[in-house]
Write a protein that binds this ligand. Sequence first.
Ligand SMILES: C[S@@+](CC[C@H](N)C(=O)[O-])C[C@H]1O[C@@H](n2cnc3c(N)ncnc32)[C@H](O)[C@@H]1O
Length: 170
Amino acid sequence: MIGSEVNFAELLTPTYTAPNIRRYLGGAWSMHLPFAWDLVRELQPRILVELGVYKGESYFGFCQSVEENKLTTLCYGVDTWQGDPQTGMYGPEIGQEVEAYNVRYSRFSRLLKMTFEDALSQFGAGSIDLLHIDGAHRYDSSQKNTREKTSRCSICLSHHASQCPFEIRS
Ligand SMILES: C[S@@+](CC[C@H](N)C(=O)[O-])C[C@H]1O[C@@H](n2cnc3c(N)ncnc32)[C@H](O)[C@@H]1O
């Protein structure tokens, strides 16, 4: 069910001291959400971009950290909300639910309903401090332009890095 939320607190052990993740959907990013929260707190990115939002599990994990740590980060979530060969194609209800959920973060979060290619053209060179690439999990034209958009001290998160032919800068 779209947006069904497990109470993250019920999964916690007595020794868990990390944040209580609000939007826990049991997806691929679920157990990385405390990491996402910590990463944003430590990096304090000026601009955060996620390519591939889907139901927003990872994206809203980043947003929760921006809010709770009172950061000035601007967040942009990019997706057509139509799906892709790996995720599968899906209807408009997922994008609509994500848009409604995003209202709570409207101070700093914008959803860009468009292709990665079109969205990247809207960002200046060297402007993105934290980039999460979570699209079709293959290197294609949409991801070739990401490198020039990231800042010198940026961090890029990506799945299946062995398929990514561009070098990782230090
Ligand atoms: C694996 S899902 C994202 C998962 C999400 N980050 C999460 O935490 O659950 C990939 C998403 O990327 C989107 N996508 C794939 N290729 C795209 C492209 N070229 N432009 C825009 N969206 C794209 C799909 O619509 C899909 O919703």
